[in-house]
Unconditional design. Structure first.
Lengths: 429, 568
């Protein structure tokens, strides 16, 4: 009965043949044609990387699997009555820390895709991260990132001749981390990183380091000041940041929520008119082998804190963009290198697993979700993993095509594979 | 406009000369603010403190172009004296540059590929051969720096090219430039007086400072002035030579000419020599150099050099140049008294032999004073050649000279960074070594700093640093890391690599971030340890290799982007 309701709910999206799709990978054959400009030129993608492997089963909870789930992970299980319900489905709900994201889902400003992974998934953080960032097969090594290949075509010859009058903006901006492997082009990384969110404000405000009294200190001060002022993109970034204040009051104060601090900068730059196509932000700490949930009160614990931060941050970011009038230009997407094991461990945590949900947010999404709840067996062994429903490159393809307007040929050349495209966006977009 | 601060200087200097001037003034004012920068009070007394990693690396950073793990290991268990013995050993003269420039568009009429041109005919009359040879000479010189042994020699040759400056492009003949460079190389660790005497009448200098047109009928003071102002006496507070002294020295120097295109060398032409007596001022003890006729006229030049080197100001001026090259640009009264003067004494006592004074400097308390470490901004060659040497960037061998010279040709990038070897800004050398108040900070501006950073970024990138659109240079981060004592521990990898790459300690927050890069944001060290061990056990496996390679590239890119990496 419940299953029928579910099918009806997702019919518009489920009509696409997505079950157990994987991509046909083809290394090489990358054409050198440059992507032409198109109507999608003002569109921006914000990637939110959840580092460590997010536990999808406690993020988006399959209520129709609750009995089996509770047998497999009693010590970390979110009580059924605490799961946040979603409009239009009674079988799937959100972790109680994600009230803000629940509201966004109910407003059709958030979509999630179930069971995203790839065939023969790798359980190493490093390797799995590299697979997700490069868009490779499990057994293939790619030296460029999926977005780097997209940007290579968008910004031909980079970094030579950039920035220039037509293209004053960096192709991509990474906040809070080194430039991601996803942004690695064939030769160079395409973009810049703003590693420290506080030093970003110092740069914008032209603050200087406190003068030191030693010779080395003096020269370091000089070099730091010079570095702040002469970063090639400093002036355009500074101009954007000075042109737009954050408008949302929903951001926690600086230093309280790392991902909100990062997204706040992204919103300010987008609001200030920077044309950068891709932003990447990172939230660490999802490697919850221990103390994922507090066993005496499982809605608390490390995972709850992380999801709470994420939820608050995304909602504040979206609110900010709305107030700035930029809401329709921005698509957000979370991803993590893998999901976690179905069976919890004795440390009230979970070990490395396989597939998990990808969350997309933005006003041009259709809403609802893609795929179905993962199936949990009655007797789950510790080594059992969730099966894949969607190849992650299929999600990438859907974003590149649906959001950035790539043709099928361009898509193939960027992803180096042919992937089913999911219909995620409203027809007007 | 009133509030031009030091911070505006960088952005404005490229656009507005007047702002630049104001910024200079502001900076000068800041520098003289009392107590702002602690000045070391140590002097030339022998350093007897701990001889550890910090001291050794400081010595190597200041004397070599970049310190590779192998450099460090080879010196690690030696005493300071043993280290100095090695560093102060001159290198034998290298084989000369060879034609590596013949290509489909141009062929040197006289010199086959792989053969040297330094003693050949001038070449074609349109200057094509000469132009190619000049570029070839500079590239060869860069190649020698890139493959320098563990010796101070190369850094001293560069020092000399800044001190006894010749702008090679302004000399009409590449063979003259080679001759000049060979003089610098021959006497780099030899005798200052001999060097000045030899270079002064070398064909390159005679052309560059127009000494070849200085005659008894038309004296030309050009070289005579620079000889005193820049090459010997200098313009210190105790320098009081007069315009009459310049004119007298010019008359002494009349008659020298570079020879012709068939023989590289110098002649003394007695017919063009002023044979009258030359009277010098009280500053030179009223010395009179007696006018001489015939070939003996040339010996007046030796007398002039002796007079100049008998003046203590020459020794002080030279020691200040050494100080600014090897220690720091600021010379206050303390440094003048405790360092410059004692070093000048050593130079004079040793009849201007350079090794004793260098040894005294590099063995002094002052040199190892913690206040003097990590405060020198790398000049562009120290940055670029140093980075290549530090990471032991692979260059093609002599079996393919075309490829080899292509890869050595960092000249264009260095020129954009403000330091084309062989082309100092003027006869005064590069501004960073004399222009008050900016000095070394002049290497850094809104054009050069992004270029410095992008060059190291590119060296570390998959695509590499393009050299002349022909060759790409690559840093092998795996090989560098494998040479560290224990790269399987992220903490040790960070500590050992940072010790080599930065003289100044990184902030703990930066170190935490570096660890985050190695661990991809995970919290347990074993994630890195496992990945590194997997790579070591299967170095040819593309997957184990790419896992560590990706993270190490990010790691070193971050380190080399830090302001700390710009200092030695």
């Amino acid at each position: 009965m419940k299953r029928k309701v579910f099918l009806k709910t997702v019919l518009p999206l489920a009509a696409i043949p997505v079950a157990l799709t994987s991509c046909k990978f083809k290394k090489g054959g990358f054409l050198d044609a440059v992507f032409g400009s198109n109507v999608h030129d003002n569109r921006i993608l914000v990637l939110v990387q959840l580092q460590g492997g997010n536990d999808g089963l406690s993020t988006i909870i399959p209520l129709d699997q609750y009995t089996n789930l509770s047998a497999a992970r009693k010590n970390i299980l979110i009580p059924e009555n605490k799961v946040l319900p979603l409009n239009g489905t009674s079988v799937t709900g959100f972790h109680p820390a994600m009230a803000d994201l629940q509201n966004m889902y109910n407003r059709k400003e958030l979509t999630f895709i179930q069971g995203v992974s790839y065939p023969n998934p790798n359980l190493s953080h490093f390797r799995a991260t590299d697979i997700w960032l490069t868009g490779s097969d499990t057994n293939t090594v790619l030296n460029s990132g999926w977005l780097g290949r997209y940007l290579d075509k968008k910004y031909p010859g980079y970094p030579g001749g950039y920035p220039n009058a037509q293209t004053p903006e960096p192709p991509a901006i990474q906040i809070g981390n080194m430039l991601s492997g996803a942004l690695q082009g064939k030769a160079m990384g395409l973009g810049i990183s703003v590693i420290n969110t506080m030093s970003f404000y110092d740069m914008v405000l032209g603050k200087q380091a406190v003068a030191q009294s030693t010779r080395a200190g003096r020269e370091l001060d000089f070099m730091r000041m010079a570095a702040n002022q002469t970063q090639q993109y400093t002036s355009v970034i500074k101009a954007a940041a000075l042109a737009q204040k954050n408008l949302s009051e929903r951001y926690p104060s600086n230093g309280k929520n790392a991902i909100a601090d990062q997204l706040k900068i992204v919103a300010q730059l987008i609001g200030g008119g920077l044309k950068t196509k891709i932003y990447m932000v990172t939230l660490d700490g999802f490697d919850t082998h221990g103390n994922q949930a507090n066993p005496s009160n499982t809605i608390k614990g490390r995972h709850a804190e992380l999801l709470g931060q994420l939820s608050t941050a995304i909602a504040a970011f979206e609110d900010d963009l709305k107030l700035m009038g930029k809401h329709d230009n921005v698509l957000g997407m979370t991803f993590s290198e893998f999901g976690r094991r179905i069976h919890s461990n004795a440390s009230n945590g979970t070990d490395h697993g396989t597939s998990g949900p990808v969350i997309l947010f933005g006003s041009k999404l259709k809403g609802g979700f893609v795929g179905s709840n993962p199936q949990i067996e009655a007797k789950v062994k510790p080594e059992d993993n969730l099966s894949m429903q969607h190849d992650f490159r299929s999600v990438y393809a859907s974003v590149l095509k649906g959001w950035f307007g790539l043709t099928d040929e361009e898509l193939k050349n960027t992803l180096l594979s042919t992937c089913p495209v999911l219909d995620l966006f409203t027809s007007k977009s | 406009m009133k509030n031009i601060s030091r911070s505006h200087f960088l952005l404005d200097m490229t656009t507005s000369p007047s702002l630049k001037a104001k910024a200079y003034d502001e900076m000068a004012a800041k520098k003289t603010e009392s107590g702002r920068v602690q000045s070391p009070v140590t002097g030339t007394a022998p350093y007897t403190g701990q001889w550890g990693q910090t001291q050794l690396l400081h010595l190597l950073r200041r004397t070599l172009f970049g310190v590779s793990p192998a450099d460090y290991l080879s010196f690690k268990n030696k005493t300071m004296e043993q280290c100095l013995d090695i560093l102060l050993s001159p290198s034998p003269l290298p084989s000369p540059p060879v034609n590596a420039y013949n290509n489909k568009d141009y062929t040197d009429p006289d010199i086959p590929l792989g053969k040297t041109w330094v003693t050949a005919a001038y070449g074609d009359n349109n200057g094509m051969a000469d132009g190619n040879r000049k570029a070839n000479l500079k590239t060869w010189w860069l190649g020698l720096m890139l493959s320098q042994p563990s010796s101070l020699n190369e850094k001293m040759i560069l020092f000399w090219s800044n001190h006894l400056a010749v702008q090679m492009a302004l000399v009409k003949d590449a063979r003259y430039d080679y001759h000049y460079l060979t003089l610098l190389r021959t006497h780099a660790l030899g005798n200052v007086k001999t060097m000045v005497r030899e270079v002064g009448t070398s064909p390159a200098m005679l052309v560059y400072l127009t000494g070849n047109s200085n005659t008894n009928t038309a004296p030309n003071e050009n070289y005579a002035r620079e000889l005193q102002e820049l090459f010997t006496i200098g313009k210190g507070t105790d320098s009081h030579y007069t315009q009459e002294d310049v004119a007298a020295a010019a008359r002494v120097l009349t008659g020298w000419v570079d020879v012709d295109e068939h023989r590289i060398g110098t002649d003394f032409n007695p017919a063009a020599h002023d044979t009258t007596d030359k009277q010098f001022s009280a500053f030179y003890n009223n010395t009179v150099i007696k006018g001489k006729k015939g070939a003996a006229g040339a010996t007046e030049t030796d007398e002039l050099i002796t007079m100049l080197f008998n003046h203590r100001e020459t020794a002080k001026h030279f020691c200040r140049k050494l100080y600014r090259w090897f220690v720091y640009y600021q010379i206050d009264s303390h440094t003048e008294t405790n360092v410059i003067n004692p070093l000048a004494d050593i130079l004079i006592q040793n009849n201007y032999e350079i090794k004793p004074v260098l040894r005294a400097l590099f063995a002094s308390e002052h040199f190892y004073d913690p206040l003097n470490t990590g405060c020198l901004i790398k000049n562009p060659i120290e940055l670029l050649v140093g980075t290549c040497r530090q990471f032991q960037v692979a260059f093609p061998g002599a079996e393919d000279v075309v490829k080899q010279y292509e890869a050595w040709n960092l000249g264009w990038t260095l020129k954009l960074m403000g330091m084309d070897p062989g082309e100092p800004t003027s006869v005064s050398g590069w501004q960073a070594y004399y222009q008050n108040p900016g000095y070394q900070e002049l290497w850094i501006n809104s054009t050069t700093l992004p270029l410095r950073n992008s060059s190291t970024d590119q060296l570390l990138s998959q695509g590499g640093l393009p050299v002349n659109n022909k060759t790409n240079l690559h840093i092998d981060v795996l090989a560098f890391t494998a040479e560290l004592p224990d790269a399987s521990s992220p903490d040790k990898l960070i500590a050992d690599s940072l010790a080599l790459l930065s003289p100044n300690a990184f902030d703990p927050a930066e170190i935490a971030f570096l660890k985050k890069i190695l661990l991809s944001g995970q919290l347990s060290d074993h994630y890195w340890t496992d990945a590194w061990k997997a790579y070591l056990s299967e170095p040819k496996n593309e997957m184990t290799e790419s896992t560590v390679l990706t993270r190490l590239r990010q790691y070193y890119t971050y380190v080399l982007q830090r302001p700390e990496y710009q200092l030695i």
